[in-house]
Design a protein. Structure first.
Length: 241
């Protein structure tokens, strides 16, 4: 991918995406919300392929939040069915696509077969060296941090470390995203400009890109636009540019 001076664009290593707008996309077509979710999940596969082609190494997507349980039961069960099918499909395709696929979030609340698929996926894709896809399911950043703190406090009680030695790096080791680089770019589709409890710790220095495009319409061209935007930003990390 080249800019207008024929230079290569800097490709972000890690892109986090809040895939939003499935419901509104379906409504515009006079279709039920769940149809939007079906198209949204198909789109995830396409965007992963595009990301891989562009040289992105990590994609982390927000698929179901800890707050999404408050949606009507029928929608929640349709979403769970889609996630279940998506994960089972990933188990079959991960090796062929050389993809490393993980799930973050509080998975204990999910149905047993979904939890099994998550574990199987982790196992079968462990050695893959291509795109790292992380799917956030029953994920909330506050919940993630509370779970991390509980584990850390337990370890402190068992004298595994000294409280005064506990720092940002050690905290990161207790988070679901342990071992992953922080996102360079965060994209939210559908025009909403909030984080909705996504990766609050990890996004501290991430560039944000918001687009009105609804998730089922977000394609490779739109991803390239986000990368162009990212290339216009001067990244500072608190120091001088
Ligand atoms: C995003 O689409 C998918 C999930 C949150 C699961 P929405 O379902 O939030 O779609 P809108 O925001 O209602 O259009
Ligand atoms: C955020 O989208 C969560 C996911 C994309 C999974 P929502 O559509 O649920 O967020 P709010 O309710 O608009 O903040
Ligand atoms: Mg939404």
């Amino acid at each position: 991918m080249k800019n207008d001076k024929n230079e290569n664009y800097l490709i972000p290593e890690h892109v986090a995406i809040i895939l939003d707008g499935n419901g509104r996309w379906a409504k515009k077509k006079n279709m039920p919300r769940n149809y939007g979710h079906v198209k949204g999940s198909e789109n995830l596969e396409k965007v992963c392929k595009a990301a891989d082609e562009l040289g992105i190494k990590y994609i982390t997507v927000y698929a179901f939040s800890t707050e999404n349980w408050k949606r009507p039961e029928e929608e929640v069960s349709a979403l769970m069915k889609l996630l279940r099918n998506y994960l089972k499909d990933c188990v079959k395709k991960a090796n062929k696509n050389n993809m490393r696929i993980r799930v973050i979030g509080e998975i204990n609340r999910l149905d047993k077969d979904i939890r099994d698929a998550i574990m199987e996926l982790d196992e079968v894709s462990k050695k893959n060296t291509g795109l790292n896809l992380t799917i956030a399911i029953n994920y909330g950043a506050r919940d993630e941090m509370i779970r991390a703190m509980r584990k850390a406090m337990q370890d402190a009680k068992e004298d595994k470390f000294k409280i005064e030695d506990f720092n940002e790096e050690s905290f990161g080791e207790y988070l679901d995203t342990k071992g992953m680089p922080e996102p360079d770019l965060m994209i939210r589709t559908s025009g909403e400009q909030r984080l909705s409890n996504f990766l609050l710790w990890q996004l501290a220095y991430t560039e944000f890109y918001f687009t009105d495009v609804l998730w089922p319409d977000f394609d490779k061209k739109e991803l390239e636009k986000a990368i162009q935007y990212y290339n216009k930003r001067e990244r500072r990390y608190g120091g001088l540019a």
